[in-house]
Design a protein around this ligand. Structure first.
Ligand SMILES: Nc1ncnc2c1ncn2[C@@H]1O[C@H](COP(=O)(O)OP(=O)(O)OP(=O)(O)O)[C@@H](O)[C@H]1O
Length: 276
């Protein structure tokens, strides 16, 4: 059956000759092995085997309830805060199994930051939102905090909009500005990985574009895993995409290939809007 191509704005790429050349190129930052997860009796993740490359954008797509959010919340062990959760298997982060008993969840969450669907600034000033994490990590000197706050806000593409109002309450910002502030807050603790759970789904199109541009600029320095319902967004900004269905990974590969020449008929049906 002919694949319905170019539904999504996939950048032009040179056709590569062999499958080997198409392997994901960057070093892996996460590797999951036989990862299974249950909420009580309900199994939400089934034998997930994924290698997530560093300094690139990995999109997680799939229909509602397929386990996307659960999966990314395993990567910083946030999911274990839910009492009924039981996890089996391994998740290697830079070579260490983060599911082993002696791995510190606190240290992990410093390295692996998270941005949520709804912007969630603290009820504090713009400055104090960004300085919050560094202060918790013991940084007290105003000059150093000032530097961190400015750099984080610049890197989050929001400095020019807020530099004159750093003492104002963050709730006075627009939704899109609040989301970029939350990203700045995440950058201030110098993570290696940023997990994003539908970070633009509550935003208008202009704010969405700004956040997408920001995400793309961040991949030079950070490894990003983004859950999105928006397939155009996955096609526009990600380097590789995993398609989840009923708690399983159906297909994982380079984004342009997954969206133009999917190997599995279920991926093709999903990206062509036949279900989900
Ligand atoms: N706290 C919880 N307690 C019990 N079951 C849960 C809990 N959170 C999620 N689930 C179940 O686990 C499965 C996967 O849910 P998850 O939220 O990871 O899916 P999702 O793909 O992110 O969905 P959506 O796109 O709608 O956000 C679903 O069956 C869901 O009902």
């Amino acid at each position: 059956m002919a694949v319905q191509t170019q539904l999504y704005a996939v950048p032009e790429i040179e056709k590569k000759e062999s499958k080997e050349q198409n392997e994901l190129e960057n070093e892996k930052i996460f590797e999951t092995k036989s990862l299974n997860l249950w909420y009580g009796e309900t199994q939400a993740l089934k034998n997930i085997e994924l290698e997530i490359p560093e300094k690139s954008i990995t999109a997680i797509i799939g229909p509602s309830g397929c386990g996307k959010s659960t999966f990314i919340k395993t990567l910083n062990r946030m999911v274990e805060l839910i009492p009924s959760v039981q996890t089996k298997g391994d998740i290697h982060y830079k070579g260490s199994n983060i599911l082993s008993n002696d791995y510190s969840a606190e240290a992990l969450r410093t390295d692996v930051g998270m941005v949520f669907q709804k912007p969630n600034p603290f009820p504090k000033s713009i400055y104090d939102n960004v300085a919050y994490g560094p202060r918790i990590h013991g940084i007290k000197k105003k000059r150093i905090l000032d530097e961190i706050v400015e750099k984080s806000l610049r890197d989050a593409f929001i400095w020019d909009e807020v530099k004159e109002r750093l003492k104002d309450n963050a709730f006075g910002l627009s939704g899109g500005q609040q989301q970029r502030l939350c990203i700045a807050r995440c950058l201030a603790i110098e993570p290696e990985v940023i997990l994003m759970d539908e970070p633009t789904s509550a935003l208008d199109p202009i704010s969405t574009t700004k956040v997408e541009e920001l995400i793309q600029s961040l991949k030079k320095q950070y490894s990003i895993v983004i859950v999105t319902h928006n397939m155009q967004q996955a096609a526009r900004i990600s380097d590789q995409t995993a398609f989840f269905l009923n708690g399983e990974v159906v297909e994982f590969g380079k984004t342009e290939e997954l969206f133009t020449e999917p190997e599995d008929s279920r991926t093709m049906d999903y990206i062509n809007g036949r279900f989900g």
